[in-house]
Design a protein around this ligand. Sequence first.
Ligand SMILES: Nc1ncnc2c1ncn2[C@@H]1O[C@H](COP(=O)(O)OP(=O)(O)OP(=O)(O)O)[C@@H](O)[C@H]1O
Ligand SMILES: [Mg+2]
Length: 447
Amino acid sequence: MRVLIVGGHDDQLATAIGMAVERGATLRHVLSPEAGLQELRAGRGADLVLIDVAADIGGLIRALAAERIFVPVVAYGVHTDARAAVAAVRAGAREFLPLPPDPELIAAILEAVGDDRRELVFEDRAMHELLGLARQIAPSEASVLITGESGTGKEMLARYVHEHSRRAERAFVSVNCAAIPENLLESELFGHEKGAFTGATARRIGKFEEASGGTLLLDEVSEMDPRLQAKLLRAIQEREIDRVGGGRPIKVDIRLIATSNRDLEAEVTAGRFREDLLFRLNVVNLHLPPLRERPADLGPLAEHFGRKYAQANGLPARPLSEPARARLRQQPWKGNVRELENCMHRAVLLATGDEIGPEAILLQAGGPGRPRGPAGALALVGRTVAEVERDLILETLQHTLGNRTHAATILGISIRTLRNKLHQYGDEGRPIPPPAGGFGEPAANRA
Ligand SMILES: Nc1ncnc2c1ncn2[C@@H]1O[C@H](COP(=O)(O)OP(=O)(O)OP(=O)(O)O)[C@@H](O)[C@H]1O
Ligand SMILES: [Mg+2]
């Protein structure tokens, strides 16, 4: 993952940078928000901007919005400076990273943005065959469509194809079409010229040009609106793109990989996805089977995640007991590998003995593994959004044993939002699970 740091040099920042590099981040450092903007406009993209709390964060965030550049911004500063932290978040920063840095918080922030160093684990015959096919087609220039249920490892497989391609030494650029607001996606993909729209104060290079020479991953491509689908089709057919507001087409040299967890043929039939675009993307189809159809992967994956989260939490690596394995085998794993990963993360934290026992294997509350029938819907009707939200937050916290960093990650909200909610519930007289002890949650994140 690429992190762009905006701000002055500082010893504590250097420590934070060291931790991020250890976790696989690559870094660029500029001194001012203006220099940061130049980097992003020039197509030297970043997955995360870390900015000094003393810098003009509001100014940078407004400029990013006006120039339709989509990148999360996290502020950093000394942990005692609460007022600056609040101001940074008010100005639009996603999160505040207190210095001196806490390793777990850095890991949580980097994980939320996406980690590109993950090891692909597999043993099942179905996966051997699929990865064999992936290696076989990787060196060609053919577009690849990766399909499979949510959480099966589509993004990991896309990286695998890139790493086995002739472009492995070049850029791998990923765009999540579902996460980027529709009105920003065109600029994100194709860039724009100065003056293309109000706010376009300078030329901006899009992901197609940024990926030139390398691989472009269009993640969740089914979420793209029809107008953009037409532009994408042209880009694939002609191997050239038009920047928004641009007068002449620009040649691009990219290998395209797309993913979808929807049935794209059904989307075509329903009139939501262009058939000609599907043909262009689907030169080779790699279909990831759901976890329940590759039973031989379950054990190795569970052990892999067990080791990973023991290490991340500074706990000893413990084997899975036979009853715990049996319990894992009984689960339907509707959320696939991601659900197993979350389950093992919890198990590592919950286990008490020398082994991870079956009592530590819990399915996620309200997660994809729990059936949600009409009874669930009825139980919700008649309650306010605030009540349901409160119960969801408190239940999630119980499952993370009060670890707020993990709870916020699972809930998809910032640690700050979580903390504010808990303050509010505390004021309303609700019991709140105590903050986790022993997992190294930073003191600055405790309510
Ligand atoms: N074979 C594997 N080995 C190790 N980790 C895996 C494997 N497959 C998936 N994972 C892990 O499971 C999680 C989900 O993987 P990934 O994001 O690639 O899935 P996805 O199919 O793109 O999911 P979604 O449809 O939700 O976007 C990630 O944390 C990834 O590291
Ligand atoms: Mg994905």
